[in-house]
Every structure is written in structure tokens, then in C-alpha cells.
Design a protein around this ligand. Structure first.
Ligand code: G3H
Ligand code: 13P
Ligand code: ZN
Length: 322
């Protein structure tokens, strides 16, 4: 059942976080649904601009609609990840998306407010909610490279003003994370003092954490042992910090890189161990099972495991579909 992102956030706020996972193909979608059902967890599927171009936005929509039929038990929202203004309008007008992210965080504050306001007005007229971003994550985003040194944490006072003026429904905050497989090299981690200060300015308002992959070191070792050349030692977010962050209002935890690591490990090991095989379904089946296992483990860490029935009831009481 596709539900609004808003109802999922209402259900989760202060108690647990929803995993928001990027998909690009059918295998990822199958693993995602299977894992969340195994954990009895509601979730968010997110689609980036790159994914809409790679698989074709119509194909991704068809895959998600098919999964909705194949797994009638599932409760999830569909979200545009890191959209520009035009892509947001395309998704809002499609009638398929529960929410869109307008990412104008690289623009000056007032410009970010103005763009987000335009998107929010158009989205709200169609019952779609809007995630905006304030502050700058380190690492590389889809269309903007930000030097790690210039990564700018979200200012709590600015966050309050931004939300009031822009009309956004949730806010992606820079709280120490970055996208990709190389986030922290030493003892750094989430800035809980900053999350707390933002929550104080915006009580009850859903916060979003981008760059949340944990980059399991075991995956990195296995990939490299099977011929990969990933940098060893660089860490991701400590997965045991998801739940403490959720208690401070972080309702959506974005995870993409970790799924790519599962894909890479499975395929590298498979073809190393089965050099005679050329059936794409053989490693595909392993990937679906392994990705489902990974998703189930995340649901437990996010606290979303076991929330499915209650989230469904809540969504139904609010009128259901996006
Ligand atoms: O934050 C970006 C997501 O990981 C999506 O990545 O733009 O390569 O699809 P992508
Ligand atoms: P990771 O690169 O940590 O998986 O972050 C994904 C993300 O923020 C998608 O918007
Ligand atoms: Zn992101």
C-alpha cells in the first residue's frame, strides 16, 4: 500500500526512523520489499534523478506498482531523492510520488527559501509533501561537489526561519554525515548536540538524515578480497546511532551506498567463485536474498521493525493513499 510520507512521519516521530532506500532496478526492489516484510517494517522507496534516467522513470514506476501487487502487505511511500525544481514538478504532476525533495542547499539562503516555497505551493496543491535541505553535507552529491572541509552544519536558528518561510514538510540537515563510502576517517560521528539544538527550534518537525550508510567494514574487506579496490579504513555512520537520532526527531534515514556495497560484494564473489557461469539470474538471486537480509537488519536498528500493522492502521485512519 502506497501511503503519504506525512502519515509515516506522524507515526514514527520521536519513536523510530523510516529507512529510505534508493532503487534502480527490479532486483533492488524485490530485496527491499522482501526485507521489510520479513521485518514487518514500513519504509520509503526513493528514486534519484540518476535512477530515473538509468532505468527510465516509467520502468521504475511500473516496478514499484508491480511490487505493490506482489507484496500487498507492504506499507511504503515513494519519494524523489535530490530533485531539482523541474524534476520535482514532473514528479508532483505524475500523481505517483508521495513526496519530493527539492535540493537547493547549494543556493544562497534566501534563494533556497524561494525555490522551496515554489515547489511546496505546487506540491501541496496535489497532496504531495516536500523535503528541503539546509546546510551542506561533505562529500559528493548528485549535482554539486562540496569539499569536506567546507561542509557546513545546519544552523538551528536558520532552520526555524527556513521552515517557516519555505513551507517545507521535512528538513534534511547537515549533522556530520556525507554521501558515499568515505565519510569518517577517524573518531568523527553524528553531531548529536546539533540535532538536539535543531529539534529544540523545531519541536515535532520531521528531520531527515542523508548520507546514513554505515559502510560495513566486512563488506569492504570482502569486496577487496574479491578483486575490488575500495579505500579501507574510511567508515560510515555508526548504525547504533540511528535510533538515538530517531528519538530526537530524525524520521527518515537515507541509505543507498550500503546497498551498492552488497551488490558489489555479491557479484564480485559470485563471478570469482563461479567463473564458468554467465546466467545473470544466478548472482541476481543471491543479491535479492542478501539485500533482503541487509534491509531486515536495518529495520531492527532503525526501530521500524514490527511497526507495519500499526503504521497501516494509522495511514488508513488518515485516508490511505498518496
Ligand atoms: O544521494 C544520492 C543517492 O545516493 C543517489 O545516488 O544520484 O547516483 O542515483 P545517484
Ligand atoms: P549514503 O551514500 O550514505 O547511502 O546516502 C544516501 C543518501 O543520502 C541518498 O539521498
Ligand atoms: Zn542524499
Amino acid at each position: 500500500m502506497i501511503v503519504t510520507t506525512k502519515t509515516l512521519f506522524e507515526h514514527a516521530y520521536g519513536k523510530y526512523a523510516l529507512g529510505a532506500y534508493n532503487i534502480n532496478n527490479a532486483e533492488q526492489a524485490l530485496g527491499l520489499f522482501k526485507g521489510n516484510i520479513a521485518a514487518q517494517s514500513p519504509f520509503i522507496i526513493q528514486i534519484s534523478k540518476g535512477a530515473r534516467a538509468y532505468t527510465d522513470k516509467r520502468m521504475l514506476e511500473a516496478i514499484i506498482r508491480a511490487c505493490d501487487e506482489i507484496f500487498p502487505e507492504a506499507v511504503f511511500a515513494v519519494h524523489l531523492d535530490h530533485g531539482d525544481e523541474q524534476t520535482c514538478y514532473d514528479c508532483i504532476d505524475s500523481g505517483f510520488y508521495s513526496s519530493v525533495m527539492i535540493d537547493a542547499s547549494h543556493d544562497p539562503f534566501e534563494e533556497n527559501i524561494a525555490i522551496t516555497r515554489r515547489v511546496a505551493d505546487r506540491a501541496h496543491a496535489k497532496g504531495v509533501s516536500v523535503e528541503a535541505e539546509l546546510g551542506m553535507l561533505g562529500g559528493v552529491e548528485e549535482h554539486v561537489a562540496v569539499d569536506e572541509k567546507n561542509a557546513k552544519l545546519t544552523d538551528p536558528d536558520e532552520a526555524k526561519e527556513f521552515v517557516e518561510k519555505s513551507g517545507c514538510d521535512s528538513l534534511a540537515c547537515a549533522i556530520g554525515t556525507s554521501h558515499g563510502a568515505y565519510k569518517f576517517s577517524g573518531g568523527q560521528g553524528l553531531h548529536f548536540d546539533r540535532i538536539r539544538a535543531i529539534q529544540q527550534q523545531l519541536p515535532g518537525f520531521p528531520l531527515v538524515m542523508h548520507g546514513s550508510s554505515s559502510v560495513p567494514q566486512d563488506e569492504v574487506h570482502r569486496i577487496n578480497a574479491a578483486g575490488g579496490k575500495l579505500k579501507e579504513g574510511a567508515k560510515g555512520v555508526d548504525e547504533h546511532q540511528y535510533l538515538p537520532a530517531a528519538k530526537l526527531g530524525v524520521c527518515k534515514v537515507n541509505i543507498d551506498t550500503d546497498g551498492r556495497l552488497v551488490w558489489t560484494r555479491v557479484h564480485r564473489e559470485f563471478f570469482r567463485d563461479h567463473p564458468e557461469d554467465f546466467d545473470l539470474r544466478s548472482p541476481g538471486k543471491v543479491f535479492i536474498a542478501e539485500y533482503a537480509k541487509f534491509i531486515e537488519s536495518r529495520s531492527n536498528l532503525l526501530g521500524s521493525a514490527g511497526q507495519l500493522a500499526s503504521a497501516r492502521e494509522h495511514a488508513q485512519s488518515k485516508g490511505g493513499k498518496a
